[in-house]
Design a protein around this ligand. Sequence first.
Ligand SMILES: C[S@@+](CC[C@H](N)C(=O)[O-])C[C@H]1O[C@@H](n2cnc3c(N)ncnc32)[C@H](O)[C@@H]1O
Length: 225
Amino acid sequence: MLKNITILIVLVLADLVSAKSNLSTERLSQLSGEKQNSFDSKSEWDQAYSRNSFIFGKTPAKFLAENFDYIPEGSTVLDMGMGEGRNAVFLAQKGHKVTGVDISSVAIKKSYLLAKEYGVKIKGVVASLSKYQIPPESFDAIICFYFINRDIVEKMKSWLKPGGLIIYEAYTELQKTVKSHRKYEESQYLKQQELLKLFGDMRVLKYEEPLHEEKYRASIILRKE
Ligand SMILES: C[S@@+](CC[C@H](N)C(=O)[O-])C[C@H]1O[C@@H](n2cnc3c(N)ncnc32)[C@H](O)[C@@H]1O
């Protein structure tokens, strides 16, 4: 009888400890200053990536696959909001030295699995790009696919070496009209021609914003003069 009561007390205490640690994770996340809306916080992205499959697939974005040769051979490349590594691994296969930063530790773990599967190495960093410190002129190229943080655009430009390239693609607001589209936080949609304005002080090598596809996006390649 005494043994049963002891086991019960241990189980109740274990439950309490577990509930407390869940609560504090959530609280920590709030205190970190990350937004808690839709797909905009670490916990939501960790959860989205926690399934076994690769939610954005293992193959690179079409715009990157078609334009990767703008990036000079053997470049150092930063992948902002790398996710599960589809673009980073593709560029590593092309011989580039890729660092991917993402707020989701689950995404970074999956990117290492993908790199292993394709027999290449990438460097993954779990961090929020709003706080992560990168010295100026660290990279030959920066890629950014479907991650928008307007507050760090100027920092992003400073991270590039002179002559460096940015390849950027994100959904435009029209994408919200597509029924099957999984909604993101409002800030994650570009206004018409917005990339051209945000990067107005860089040379535009290519710009696409098609209005006739099921997927409404803007894609740009820029050079820092
Ligand atoms: C729509 S996904 C795109 C992933 C990847 N670029 C791709 O195209 O497959 C957006 C990514 O941004 C990451 N992210 C969101 N907020 C972030 C932040 N503050 N710092 C770094 N990464 C962030 C998410 O974890 C997610 O992996």
